[in-house]
Design a protein around this ligand. Structure first.
Ligand SMILES: Cc1cc2nc3c(=O)[nH]c(=O)nc-3n(C[C@H](O)[C@H](O)[C@H](O)COP(=O)(O)OP(=O)(O)OC[C@H]3O[C@@H](n4cnc5c(N)ncnc54)[C@H](O)[C@@H]3O)c2cc1C
Length: 473
């Protein structure tokens, strides 16, 4: 069999990889993408962590559990009577699997549409050859002039406590718990722990989150983190900060976590299941990086420069497998930029304005600098804040928690950061990101006509608040 030759081969079909492959094909390169993820029937399931066990299924379950909570607690406010509201967990999980499959199939369709050759199996380096690379794609041998590595990341386990996905769960197991646990332990109060903890709390589990850091959500603006801690506590999500995890024992009865609390007291958490969400580790397993001398950094991520170039000629790496925030849209932006650089264009990612969202209720979204970062940098800034409590649309929605906060340069008024906690923060942050991309001032947003009644009026009002001239508060 003759060896297939490609201009660009992408290893990994998550958001970094599949988007890079599509963009490379659009630019006229003969492109292949290799991805090894299998669905439950053993078939291809491109989309990576994001589609299979990350962004998409978590949002499907967050939506189902939010509907359940609304039906149980809030429908009556609208005059809707339902009788007793039940939850069929198997059906909810089935719907989630259906959403995942739609996304998997969508990517396979996009590969066809863009003439990207797809290989289902493991991709690995064999050798550098003739200025390019010889690779294995599943059982096949192929060659590439350029290689883009997008092999993602895996959940980090606690030392000595492997994931069994029955009692000790990574994000994978946490997204398919077959029945609502009575008591659920979560180690780690980052985005994943909070989102998955929220799903099962809304369905009726008592959820206890143990966090090693002394501060709640340290990378979020302090004002927002404080508001979030207050609201989550009110919802019944127990979060203990500053703990030190000791021995964790599993038995038929469940899991016992021994830990030391912030005051140094010995404590014990007994739960039915335990989610461990203490971060993710870049994944280079199976790449055979040694065969070509691909350099990793001290954390096991592939070492790249600002342009995603590795130490090897014509080998690039994007997404979770390299430095930077582990976010799907960051991976996608890098994928596009690399394909364009290969084509001799000037692909660019602005790492200073990558939005990030926590899809709890209320949602938390931010872009740019936090107030504590600006203070640490000694940069002069003005802050404007507007509460959803004073927004007509939020009142009509029945969701008035949280606020929009805008931070602008004290002298130039350029927007330096926007922080939102409240309804649809994930959508509202787009305006702020666009404003920052165009180097807008808070005055620019203040002078733009926003539809009424809309949540986005809170962004305009927060911009007015920077200049102490809010109209509705
Ligand atoms: C529970 C959870 C929720 C999340 N929610 C969000 C969110 O709401 N928003 C957000 O932006 N981010 C979210 N993330 C993070 C997001 O999923 C990742 O940042 C994103 O998936 C990274 O994309 P990637 O392409 O770098 O890697 P991945 O998505 O991990 O994809 C890598 C792919 O490469 C394949 N692969 C690996 N090695 C090989 C090999 N040698 N050969 C062939 N294939 C290989 C893997 O099977 C996988 O399909 C979430 C993550 C989790 C776990």
């Amino acid at each position: 069999m003759s060896t297939k030759q490609f201009d660009v081969v992408v290893i990994g079909g998550g958001p970094g990889g599949y988007i890079a492959a599509i963009r490379a094909a659009q630019l006229g390169f003969n492109t292949a993408c290799i991805d090894e993820w299998k669905n439950s029937a053993g078939g291809p399931a491109p989309g990576g962590t994001c589609t299979n066990v990350g962004c998409i299924p978590s949002k499907a379950l967050l939506q189902s559990s939010e509907h359940f909570e609304h039906a149980r607690l809030h429908f009556a406010d609208h005059g809707i009577s339902t009788g007793e509201v039940g939850m069929d967990v198997a059906k909810m999980l089935g719907r989630k699997d259906g959403v995942v499959k739609q996304n998997n199939d969508g990517i396979l369709y996009l590969f066809k549409k863009n003439k990207v050759s797809f290989f289902h199996g493991r991709g690995s380096f064999v050798a550098a050859k003739d200025g390019g690379y010889e690779l294995k794609a599943g059982e096949e041998s192929i060659t590439a002039k350029h290689v883009i590595i997008a092999t993602g990341s895996n959940a980090r386990a606690l030392p000595g406590l492997a994931f069994d996905e029955e009692l000790v769960l990574s994000n994978d197991g946490a997204l398919r718990i077959p029945a609502t646990p009575k008591k659920l332990g979560v180690i780690g109060s980052g985005v994943i722990g909070l989102e998955l903890g929220s799903v099962w709390r809304r369905l009726g589990a008592e959820v206890v989150v143990l966090e090693a850091m002394p501060n709640f959500l340290p990378t979020v603006d302090e004002g927002v983190a404080k508001e979030a801690a207050k609201l989550f506590k009110k919802q019944g999500l127990a979060i203990e900060l500053g703990v030190k995890i000791g021995e964790v024992k599993t038995s038929k009865k469940g899991v016992v976590v021994n830990y030391t609390d912030a005051k140094g007291g010995e404590q014990k958490l007994e739960c039915d299941r335990l989610i461990v969400s203490i971060g993710r580790v870049s994944n280079t397993i199976g790449l055979n990086a040694e065969a070509v001398g691909l350099k990793l950094d001290g954390r096991g991520a592939i070492e790249v420069d600002a342009d995603c170039k590795t130490n090897l000629p014509n080998v690039w790496a994007v997404g979770d497998v390299v430095r930077g925030p582990m976010l799907a849209h960051k991976a996608e932006e890098e994928g596009v930029a690399v394909a364009e650089r290969i084509a001799g264009q000037h692909g660019h990612v602005d790492f200073d304005i990558i939005p990030s969202v926590i899809y709890t209720s209320p949602e938390i979204a931010q872009v740019g600098k936090t107030e504590q970062q600006l203070k640490a940098e000694g940069r002069g800034y003005k802050a404007g804040q507007f509460p959803f409590l004073a927004n007509g649309r939020a009142r009509a929605l029945g969701d008035t928690s949280g606020f929009v906060k805008i931070l602008a340069d004290a002298t130039t008024d350029e927007i330096l950061g926007v922080h939102i906690i409240g309804p649809m923060a994930s959508e509202l942050i787009a305006e702020a990101t666009m404003a920052m991309a165009f180097k807008a001032s808070s005055e620019d947003i203040a002078r733009i006509c926003h539809a009424h009644p809309s949540l986005s009026e809170s962004t305009k009002e927060a911009a007015l608040a920077v200049d102490k001239r809010t109209l509705n508060f």
